[in-house]
Design a protein around this ligand. Sequence first.
Ligand code: NI
Length: 177
Amino acid sequence: MAIREVLKMGDPRLLTPALPVEDFASSRLAQLIIDMHDTMRALNGAGLAAPQIGVGLQVVIFEAGSNPRYPEAGSVPFTVLINPLLTPLSDELEEGWEGCLSVPGMRGLVPRHTALRYQGFDAAGQSIDRSVSAFHARVVQHEVDHLRGILYPMRIRDLRQFGFTDTLFPGQNLQDD
Ligand code: NI
């Protein structure tokens, strides 16, 4: 078990597109997923992408439901998603507040597709194919963006809707994402 350092915005590794995983049986992949899980849990995040800990592979993890910081989120099961493909199921976009462990202490209002299908593979190389909406769709889009070198501030349409969490939401005691 290892909690890894999360890179912060400004590090060029966060802007580099990640490469597909080719060897699902490698111990290196298994260790990466363990480290990502331990790091996300330690920081109480809803998701984490491999490039955030400096590994340029198409691996993301996410989970929400029991997370006290996302009481409205509904239930998103702990998921390891490798080599993801996203297909929007609606042209409709919805604005929602996001944060990111790589942009600590800040939140911004980000448009995302309200519903999408995601396909890919789990840690054992078994295929995943889910159609989701609402917060589940949002968190997947946020994490998969990391694999393309996109951080959520790059998607904010009105930069007046971007700021420090404790100023935007005083008294709510929200932690970093
Ligand atoms: Ni993020």
